[in-house]
Design a protein around this ligand. Structure first.
Ligand SMILES: Cc1cc2nc3c(=O)[nH]c(=O)nc-3n(C[C@H](O)[C@H](O)[C@H](O)COP(=O)(O)O)c2cc1C
Length: 357
């Protein structure tokens, strides 16, 4: 039997993918291998894969916007070139309706990571897709702990079965899930591209700290991509930079439940922007732009996105620093009412402890 060590690098916002990485490591250990898990945020990718010959690598990531999170794509792109072998795993948004658990959609995520690994000389030996409780709590409330654990229990069975089938029988992927994800990739690749190019930056600018924030700084300290800035002045609240991944760690682990996503003001801004775009002046300009139509429209969209989301975000952040206004902001968000999701037995500092290249 193959006796190589196993190292699983993972991207996890709220702990689901960390659990899957641990299950993969446990299955490897049950088969007599040494295994460990490493959170991507603790290592410089250029220092990784040093012992490639004696190691099988795992790359596990949550799904974001029908793809892998940008931070994981960047991590994989910066790995050194090595002759090595890997398994790639994605966690998706499992949902529970009554007794039924429905699968999420990873679409391009695993395929893209496997492709990037191949460019580095790393062959993907197996692909796994695992449904875990959806953690997209800026969009919907988290499941009750009991429902979340029912989804996670199924996720654990999926992981152990798929990983076991690979280790014991060399199975490369589940046929059914491969066909399912190819279908969704063909349909949703453009959506994934727009998410990676623009969507994730816009979502980043939804976050603010409400009146309950006491500036403890946990969110900034444990953000996996260092996107939360905590100004020096004690009167000022944290703000989220455009490269936030929306991984939900800040929102889920804030001890005061003070991190919110302002869907309400985004809706107001988007309606205003749509009205503006539908104005006759826009069409006159479009006709006038002639041959420059496409580049000019793309530049307008880029500039518009930055202004539409960026400028009001500054106003939202300024308001978050004035207690009565911060309270008013919470009338424009549903997240003040939403339950948060996080994997059991994880603390915000848990991920940084899974360290070592
Ligand atoms: C911003 C964001 C986007 C997401 N997009 C998708 C998606 O496109 N498809 C899907 O199945 N799940 C999606 N999810 C759900 C997560 O991938 C899923 O809950 C995952 O298990 C979270 O893992 P983590 O706790 O390790 O971060 C998304 C979650 C977030 C926060």
């Amino acid at each position: 039997m193959d006796k190589r060590d196993v190292v699983v690098y993972y991207f996890s916002g709220t702990g689901n993918t960390r659990r899957v990485a641990m299950w993969i490591a446990e299955e490897a250990e049950r088969r007599g291998r040494r295994a460990r898990v490493v959170s991507f945020e603790t290592v410089d990718p250029r220092e990784c894969l040093r012992d490639a010959e004696g190691t099988l690598y795992g790359f596990a990531a949550a799904t974001h916007g029908f793809s892998a999170p940008w931070a994981m794509i960047r991590f994989v792109s910066r790995l050194p070139r090595r002759r090595a072998e890997a398994v790639v795993a994605a966690t998706r948004a499992g949902m529970k309706f009554g007794r039924e658990i429905t699968p999420g959609v990873n679409a391009t995520g695993n395929f893209l990571l496997a492709f990037l690994l191949r460019l580095k000389g790393i062959r993907t030996r197996a692909l796994f897709w695992i449904d875990m409780p959806s953690n997209w709590t800026s969009l919907h409330p988290a499941f009750s702990p009991a429902a979340a654990e029912a989804i996670a229990a199924r996720g654990e069975r999926m992981t152990r079965r798929q990983v076991g089938d690979h280790f014991d029988r060399g199975k490369r992927a589940s046929t059914w899930w491969t066909l399912y994800e190819i279908f969704w990739s063909l349909l949703l690749a453009p959506v994934a591209a727009v998410y990676l190019a623009v969507g994730r930056r816009q979502l980043a600018k939804l976050f603010y700290a409400d009146h309950k924030c006491d500036r403890c700084g946990l969110c900034a300290k444990y953000c996996p991509v260092g996107a939360i800035a905590l100004p020096k002045s004690k009167r000022l609240k944290p703000y989220w930079r455009h490269y936030c991944e929306s991984c939900m760690r800040c929102m889920s682990y804030c001890p005061k439940k003070a991190v919110q996503a302002g869907q309400g003001w985004l809706a107001v801004v988007l309606v205003a922007a749509t009205e503006l775009l539908l104005a006759p002046a826009f069409y006159e300009w479009f006709a006038w732009a002639g041959a420059w139509k496409i580049p000019a429209t793309m530049a307008a969209i880029g500039l518009g996105t930055a202004t539409i989301i960026g400028a009001p975000y500054y106003i939202v952040w300024a308001a978050s620093n004035v207690k009565p206004l911060a309270r008013v902001l919470n009338f424009l968000t549903l997240t003040a009412l939403f339950r948060r999701h996080r994997a059991p037995n994880t603390k915000p500092g848990t991920f940084k402890k899974d360290a070592g290249a």
